[in-house]
Structures are given as structure tokens and as C-alpha cells.
Design a protein around this ligand. Structure first.
Ligand code: AMP
Length: 177
């Protein structure tokens, strides 16, 4: 099944800059069977895990995360780019190749010890997911796992999550950057 899902993902070379192979999930979203298999794969994996919250990383983590939350009977928490959330927030910044980026979440949503599933479309260097895990833990969440449709193993993101004791799961992987 993961081969069927992988085959629905389009690769666009040199986007958004030269040398990047952009793994485009819009073609997966356009394919009803591949989309259903993707959601079902996650939901079946986490159905018995007593998840209270699914946290999705802006923006493509929202697409998968909300449906997974609905199916698991969990709430959905958006982890957003800085300055987008209207209530009280905490932020976590992380290094990019040049400069840094920050993500934010609303405070006082998670209760201490609530089980949280983190979702994004893709893990590359793992910087974004690591910041997300740190945010959710600061708010008292217990991360059951972080899950992604796509892993780029050559960029080592899952090792970064291993190093902070956060288990991860990916449906498929692509070699290279
Ligand atoms: P990172 O923090 O390096 O793991 O980057 C992860 C974020 O960047 C995810 O939210 C992805 O959507 C996006 N991203 C990074 N590399 C790619 C790529 N090659 N194709 C598509 N999206 C990417």
C-alpha cells in the first residue's frame, strides 16, 4: 500500500530553488484512493492509542491532521507560523540554513499528560518537527509519536527526533534531498 501512496506523490525538480527535489503531495490529494489509503494507514496505526490531541504543522500538516483527529475522536491543535494565532501563545524557534524560523501554539489547551500525535506531510532535516515536539512538551503533552507521509532519510530528520526520545513513523521515503 505504501508503494501505491508513494506513486501518487509528484516530484518537481528545482522547486522552490535549484537542486531541491520538491515532493508534491497535491497529486496525492487529487487521487481519492491514495488519499483514503494515507488517512486509513495513520488511523489504523493510532486507533487504540487513546490519543486526545492531533497537532498539525502549518500548512500541509493541517490537511492530514484534521482528518486523522476526526477519525480518532481527538481534538486538533494547529501549530502555526509566528504571528498567526489570536490567543495567548508560546513559541519555539529553530535554525534554518540561513537564519531561523519560529512556530507557535495556543497555551492552556493541553492538560498535563494528554496523549498527542504530531502530524506533518514530510520530514527533511527534522528542525520543524523537533521544535513542534518541544512546544507540545512544554505545554504538558505526551507525544505518542510523530508521523509523516514522507521521509527524506538522507537529511536525518528522524535521527533528530530519536535523539529527543520522540518515536516517528513515515509511510514512504525518497532518497536524496
Ligand atoms: P524540515 O524542518 O527540514 O524537516 O522541513 C520540513 C518541512 O519543510 C515540512 O513541513 C515540509 O512540508 C517542508 N519540506 C522540506 N523539504 C521538502 C521537500 N523536498 N519537498 C516538499 N516539502 C519539503
Amino acid at each position: 500500500m505504501s508503494e501505491r501512496i508513494k506513486a501518487a506523490i509528484r516530484t518537481i525538480p528545482d522547486y522552490p530553488s535549484a537542486g531541491i527535489q520538491f515532493r508534491d503531495i497535491t497529486t496525492l490529494l487529487e487521487d481519492p484512493d491514495a488519499l483514503r489509503h494515507t488517512i486509513d494507514t495513520f488511523v489504523e496505526r493510532y486507533r487504540e492509542q487513546d490519543i486526545q490531541w492531533v497537532a498539525g504543522i502549518e500548512a500541509r500538516g493541517f490537511i492530514f491532521g484534521t482528518v486523522i483527529a476526526y477519525e480518532l475522536g481527538a481534538g486538533f491543535i494547529p501549530l502555526r507560523k509566528k504571528g498567526k494565532l489570536p490567543g495567548d501563545t508560546i513559541e519555539q524557534c529553530y535554525a534554518l540554513e540561513y537564519g531561523e524560523d519560529c512556530i507557535e501554539m495556543h497555551t492552556n489547551v493541553i492538560k498535563e499528560g494528554d496523549n498527542v500525535l504530531l502530524v506533518d506531510d514530510l520530514i527533511a532535516t527534522g528542525g520543524t518537527a523537533e521544535a513542534a515536539v518541544q512546544l507540545l512538551r512544554k505545554e504538558g503533552g505526551k507525544i505518542i509519536e510523530s508521523c509523516f507521509v514522507i521521509d527524506l532519510p538522507d537529511l536525518g530528520g528522524r535521527k533528530k527526533l530519536d535523539a529527543i526520545d520522540c518515536p516517528s513513523y513515515c509511510i514512504c521515503e525518497f532518497e536524496g534531498e
